[in-house]
Design a protein around this ligand. Sequence first.
Ligand SMILES: Nc1nc2c([nH]c(=O)n2[C@@H]2O[C@H](COP(=O)(O)OP(=O)(O)OP(=O)(O)O)[C@@H](O)[C@H]2O)c(=O)[nH]1
Ligand SMILES: [Mg+2]
Length: 310
Amino acid sequence: MGSVVRVAVGVIQDPQGRILIARRPEHVHQGGLWEFPGGKVDEGETLADALARELAEELSIQVRATEPLIDIRHDYPDKSVLLQVCRVTDFSGEARGNEGQPVRWVEPAALPDYRFPEANRPILHAIRLPQQILITGSADSEADWWQRLERALTNGHFWIHLRAPELSADAYRTRALQAQALCARFGATLIAHGPEDRCLSGLAGWHMNAEALRHCERRPLGLSGWWGASCHSKHELAQAIRLGVDYVFLSPVQATRSHPDSVPLGWERFADWVAGVPLPVYALGGVGPETLPQAKVAGAQGIAGIRYAW
Ligand SMILES: Nc1nc2c([nH]c(=O)n2[C@@H]2O[C@H](COP(=O)(O)OP(=O)(O)OP(=O)(O)O)[C@@H](O)[C@H]2O)c(=O)[nH]1
Ligand SMILES: [Mg+2]
């Protein structure tokens, strides 16, 4: 196998939130499938320059602002690629298929209806996942817990992981269904979080703890919706990739009061472990909205945590 081909890929979003996709010509690599426009990074070129050049050539648009989304290392039988995917958040010009390729603006939720190259699966997840995830924490009383949840929702936290290890399976189910109703009022997504007995139908998904990940062999039957997992090592990241989970938490990045005995990874090691991992990875442990830019530079999809907003 030859060397890895570095590819600049743009997820171009219009002001209505729709995303531009194009169909690859039949005769090229992965031909006939839909793609996010972009192309190979030339020798000596920066990623930003390559993306701007490719999008001008292929679509006649001028890139004005980008932010990193995800880097994906993927081996096709005939070719190895590193897709360096950026969101294009601002551009000028009207996109047209300069090479005769059909182009289409589609809603993010409709992307799964299109066939993309195999390497693109994590891109579709990264587009639809948020940059911040709030994990529920403890409270002084039941009433206090509900107040905290409602305050978080009011403050715009719209992706919530229901973590409540102190509850029995029955009590957890009851809380989950009630919390689900409250989240729905705010248009928020509620994900179950914890061991197997927390994997409930009816919620938007399940995030397994590291213990459950260790013993897991395949996607749980009956789990529709999002599938997340907690990782603390390269080995666990590899297991999550092998199973095909949709996203992971990697922790602890920094020292945290909730796990005082764990040795923090630090941003450098976090970035090293995450490089090319074909999954959206959230930084967890001692992070908050103020560390979001640093997390993204380190290759994260975003941040997850309890303290910063609970
Ligand atoms: N642009 C783009 N390439 C992708 C995507 N997914 C994916 O696996 N690739 C792979 O990345 C590689 C490079 O992409 P490309 O064919 O656009 O490169 P390019 O514009 O420089 O084309 P050229 O070599 O004809 O000038 C191809 O092997 C392609 O199959 C995607 O979403 N967008
Ligand atoms: Mg191209």
